[in-house]
Design a protein around this ligand. Structure first.
Ligand SMILES: C[S@@+](CC[C@H](N)C(=O)[O-])C[C@H]1O[C@@H](n2cnc3c(N)ncnc32)[C@H](O)[C@@H]1O
Length: 162
């Protein structure tokens, strides 16, 4: 299986847009399974500190994390999904706690090493990196503080597994 960043970018640029209706930290999304993400986060979310949400998509979890008072870096390969996340974060009134980074998770990231208490790549983000999943995982680990957590979801034959 090859990995072509341009193909992934095109996919999410084309299909990623959704209107934000209702609570910006709860809205259902076709790309994600928020209720599962919420369950995972509720268990592992730190009470303070910095979180990296890699492949943040529509930004539902970014809002939830920022609302908890955490400092969040929202990273995605898709410009339009980052813009979508920015709008959602603005609607939720937590813009001051979020930084937006457009980057490919498989490449060298413009982020500080060992900085984050929690590094997320929820739902299919790492699965989309195909043969470059090791690079993606290594980047998540490199960004994580010693003693911090990396939480990764994968798409599998059995559906969404975490
Ligand atoms: C299914 S969505 C998941 C969104 C979010 N993590 C969630 O669970 O709600 C996958 C996201 O990963 C992003 N993505 C895919 N490959 C990526 C890569 N190599 N680097 C950064 N983001 C990537 C896509 O643009 C998309 O926003």
């Amino acid at each position: 299986m090859t990995y072509e960043a341009a193909v992934v970018w095109e996919l999410f640029e084309r299909w990623g847009h959704e209107e934000v209706t209702g609570d910006p930290g709860e809205t259902q999304s076709r790309w994600t399974v928020p209720h599962v993400n919420h369950m995972v986060l509720d268990k592992w979310m730190p009470t303070e500190g910095a979180v990296l949400d890699a492949g943040c998509g529509c930004g539902v979890e970014v809002v939830r994390l920022a609302r908890r008072g955490l400092t969040v870096t929202a990273l995605d390969i898709s410009d339009s999904l980052l813009e979508h996340t920015r709008r959602r974060v603005e609607m939720a009134g937590v813009l001051d706690r979020v930084t937006f980074v457009r980057a490919d998770l498989t490449e060298r990231l413009p982020l500080p090493a060992g900085h984050y208490d929690l590094c997320l790549a929820l739902t299919g983000v790492v699965s989309h990196t195909g043969v470059r999943h090791r690079e993606a995982l290594a980047n998540l680990v490199a960004c994580c503080k010693r003693g911090g957590f990396v939480l990764v979801g994968v798409d599998s034959y059995y559906g969404k597994v975490r």
